[in-house]
Design a protein around this ligand. Structure first.
Ligand SMILES: *[C@@H]1O[C@H](CO)[C@@H](O)[C@H](O)[C@H]1NC(C)=O
Ligand SMILES: *[C@@H]1O[C@H](CO)[C@@H](O)[C@H](O)[C@H]1NC(C)=O
Ligand SMILES: *[C@@H]1O[C@H](CO)[C@@H](O)[C@H](O)[C@H]1NC(C)=O
Ligand SMILES: *[C@@H]1O[C@H](CO)[C@@H](O)[C@H](O)[C@H]1NC(C)=O
Ligand SMILES: *[C@@H]1O[C@H](CO)[C@@H](O)[C@H](O)[C@H]1NC(C)=O
Ligand SMILES: *[C@H]1O[C@H](CO)[C@@H](O)[C@H](O)[C@H]1NC(C)=O
Ligand SMILES: [Cu+2]
Length: 745
């Protein structure tokens, strides 16, 4: 076949493929592409273009340390106004651009600069991102890179050479000259006590499977601020509860027996930190558990980053910093939200060791949106799910493809969406009716070093959206000393599971049937009235207390303050059939509390965590509540959420954004070994329609079954359903049947 014929065939094939999608779906796909992440080709062309700019003097980031290099790139999200003009008014499609983070190390005054590069796919311009802050991003606030770790590994080995015999005597493991019994380290953050510092506590651990759970009782404070690693130094060492200013001091006192020594038992063969099954199996046969199956194929559609399911449609992308973002969420072609997205996840710890008390993880600073490794079919998501690859450009010199990193699937919840059994109270019934409850799930995961987050967005057939995060993986543990018991539980002979609070911040840019919305709360108030049918008595009952909230300050609910039970986003200009303003409600499933007193050092970097809910006016300059630079500089953060509400703008009939913080306190216990498990460790919130529709929109669901007896003696029934009666072996090879009589034998 010649090339021309082949091309024609290819074109024909693509036409045929598109043809079986409806016209509106392919339009939806085209619209959703304004949100789609950079393709591998786009990333490569941005890199090539920037590497060619001589004045930037860029080198590959994976082969140099402390030079000028591209650290990260992602889609530069177009402004909401121009996207809406494109989506709703047939306006022009916004130009595609990349946002690129460059580390300038090779300058007298090193800095980090963000650039906009465009237009894609063939860029010819780049310009620095201008921010109101007008302060350059501090070089010390940059995330860690592979090269920096490599240098730390190398220098740590040098610095601890004289310590080697102590490490060996203590643990049977070492850094230097080790073959199988080697040490590893976990670096914690933030890296210092003040803005501009870069000195990290390193926890030494045995390098065995699940090394997170094998601290040996030695922690080292390494100053690695200089771009010349020869200038790095160990500033402190913690050994079995005692502090030393240098390796020399520790070695000296160790030899003179002027300190309390430890010798760990050898537990390196003990499988406690592994997944290996142990103990007696509780199920005696090796049969599989139940599985999800789709007997007649999929009922949802994924076209690029565009998804359709029952009445729902939306687009998604995955940011390298914080991960999943869902855009343009519509139900029956009516918009409910412009954006619902993860902003930040933190875990703030306590402990008796220096690393334990210093650990305040702010996970977007660890590339939380890039550490989405392959999902296991049948375990992480159902086998039948639709799996999508994700591409990242983060601490790399070429785009990396993460296979099957996102999954989309429909699953039964196991609880009916609605049901009723209409009893006649004499052994029979007038009807039974129920609606199966299936839900569409979009899922990614982040393995941030020891921890795994599972990120879910669920779309129910009754107009409800659920946003959920489940936490699993390994706990962050430190060496057990008796005073550690104030900060957690002993989970192995030398291991303390340190208490910590997980908080997750979400951005919820609701557009309830349009961008002009208001926020109000509803709670209850007692009233005491004269009983109208017995005037000598009083009636005490609750009445609705509806409070319109008019300003950003008033709409910021601090942890610990009273939060009304109904948090309502209303469109004051649109009403449902019954005359009520169309609304959606945010409902929490969370046990969160603040982690530090207001304005205390690192708390400035996470000022969003002051509020379980804050509602602000939409602003392009307030795109995210956090950034990848806060982990290494929470003291002078480049994004300060408190400023979003400081100007206390009017929020009546405006484009509103809700910032939702959920979380839980985690006091690790014996059952966190080997891994934290998900049941009970999931938090989130729901977006629920409240007078948005005229009735439950799931009335249009095919998953309904109605049974009516057709004679007085219940010998025959009439079954109504809108899916086939028999669907083969997948669920059952018998048709659905129902009896419904009840009697005593
Ligand atoms: C950072 O350094 C580069 C190279 O010297 C310079 O072009 C740029 O303007 C600096 N950025 C900021 C924000 O100061
Ligand atoms: C390295 O380890 C080997 C085997 O354990 C030992 O024979 C050798 O002396 C060690 N070398 C140094 C420099 O410690
Ligand atoms: C209701 O009001 C009456 C008359 O003022 C009073 O006697 C009664 O204690 C009130 N009841 C409550 C529960 O406040
Ligand atoms: C219903 O049952 C009663 C008593 O068992 C019987 O007399 C009657 O004929 C039955 N009716 C029908 C329609 O089967
Ligand atoms: C339901 O069970 C009753 C009692 O066993 C029986 O008489 C009746 O015929 C059954 N109806 C159907 C529809 O199976
Ligand atoms: C739990 O621990 C084992 C280590 O043995 C590890 O392989 C596995 O990935 C961990 N599981 C999770 C879900 O983190
Ligand atoms: Cu935890």
């Amino acid at each position: 076949m010649d090339l021309k014929a082949l091309l024609q065939l290819l074109i024909l094939m693509s036409v045929v493929r598109v043809a079986h999608f409806s016209k509106s779906s392919s339009k939806g796909r085209y619209m959703a592409s304004v949100f789609s992440d950079l393709t591998s080709e786009e990333m490569t062309s941005v890199r090539t273009f920037l590497m060619d700019q001589e004045q930037l003097n860029l080198v590959p980031i994976r082969s140099h340390f402390g030079k000028n290099a591209i650290f990260m790139m992602e889609l530069n999200l177009p402004k909401k106004r121009s996207v809406l003009n494109f989506l709703d008014n047939n306006g022009p499609k916004p130009q595609r651009e990349a946002k690129v983070v460059i580390f300038f190390g090779d300058r007298a005054q090193p800095n980090v600069t963000e650039y906009i590069v465009g237009p894609l796919p063939h860029p010819y311009y780049y310009r620095p991102v201008t921010s109101k802050r007008n302060k350059p991003i501090r070089f010390e606030s940059r995330p860690m890179t592979y090269m920096e770790y490599e240098k730390i590994q190398k220098h740590l080995m040098e610095f601890t050479k004289e310590l080697n015999h102590i490490l060996l005597e203590t643990s049977g493991f070492s850094f230097y000259n080790c073959s199988s019994r080697c040490l590893s380290f976990t670096d914690i953050a933030p890296r210092g006590l003040n803005s501009g510092e870069r000195r990290s506590w390193l926890i030494l651990q045995k390098y065995v499977e699940g090394f997170f759970l094998h601290p040996i009782g030695v922690e080292i404070l390494l100053n690695h601020r200089s771009l010349n690693p020869k200038e790095w130094m160990i500033e402190k060492i913690w050994y079995n509860g005692q502090y030393f200013d240098s390796v020399k001091e520790l070695v000296h006192k160790y030899e003179k027996n002027e300190l309390s020594k430890i010798q760990l038992s050898d537990d390196s063969q003990d499988p406690y930190s592994t997944f290996m099954p142990r103990g007696e199996f509780k199920i005696k046969t090796d049969i599989h558990g139940p599985k999800i199956c789709e007997p007649q194929g999929k009922r949802y559609r994924v076209l690029g980053n565009y998804v359709e399911y029952t009445g729902w449609s939306f687009a998604y992308r995955v940011r390298p910093s914080a991960g999943l973002q869902i855009f343009d969420i519509q139900y029956n072609n009516e918009r409910i939200a412009y954006e619902v997205s993860i902003q930040e996840a933190i875990a703030f710890y306590s402990g008796s060791t220096p690393a334990g008390m210093q650990t305040k993880y702010i996970d977007s600073g660890w590339g939380m949106g890039t550490v989405h490794y392959e999902l296991a079919k049948g375990i992480d998501c159902p086998e039948e799910a639709t799996y999508q690859d994700l591409y990242n450009y983060y601490d790399t010199d070429k785009p990396l493809r993460y296979k099957n990193a996102l999954c989309i699937f429909e699953q039964p919840t196991g609880v009916p969406l609605r049901r009723h059994f209409d009893s006649t109270y004499n052994g029979g019934y007038s009807f039974y009716a129920g609606v199966e409850n299936q839900v569409l799930v979009v899922r990614t995961t982040s393995t941030v070093y020891n921890y795994d987050y599972i990120w879910d967005f669920l779309f129910y057939q009754n107009g409800v959206i659920e946003v959920k995060v489940s936490a699993t993986g390994y706990i962050h543990a430190t060496f057990f000393t008796p005073d550690g018991l104030q900060f957690g539980n002993r989970v192995q002979s030398d291991v303390l599971g340190n208490l910590h609070t997980h908080l997750i911040n979400y951005k919820v840019d609701l557009d309830i049937a349009g961008t002009e919305n208001s926020f109000e709360t509803i709670d209850l108030k007692y009233e005491n009235i004269t009983n109208p049918w017995s005037p000598d008595h009083f009636i005490v009952q609750s009445r609705m207390d509806r409070v319109p909230i008019s300003s950003e300050r008033q709409a910021a609910f601090r942890f610990g303050s009273h939060v009304p039970r109904y948090l309502m986003f209303v469109n004051p200009n649109k009403k449902n059939k019954w005359g009520h303003q169309k609304s959606y409600r945010i409902q929490y499933n969370s046990h969160a509390h603040s982690v530090l007193p207001r304005m205390w050092a690192e708390e400035k970097g996470i000022s969003w965590s002051r509020y379980s809910l804050a509602v602000t006016r939409h602003r392009e300059s307030e795109q995210s509540s956090s950034s990848i630079f806060i982990q290494c500089d929470p003291w002078d953060p480049n994004v300060y959420f408190e400023n979003f509400i400081r100007n206390n703008q009017d929020i009546v009939n405006k484009d509103l954004v809700a910032w939702v913080t959920v979380g839980f306190l985690h006091i690790p216990h014996a059952e966190d070994i080997p891994n934290t498990s998900t049941p009970g460790n999931a938090v989130g919130f729901l977006l629920r329609p409240f007078n948005f529709f005229d009735e439950d929109p799931s009335v249009a669901s095919r998953d309904t079954v109605i049974v009516r007896p057709t004679d007085k003696n219940f010998t025959k029934v009439n079954i109504q359903r809108w899916t086939p009666e028999v669907i083969g072996q997948c669920v059952s090879n018998k048709p659905f049947s129902y009896n419904g009589t009840y009697f005593s034998d």
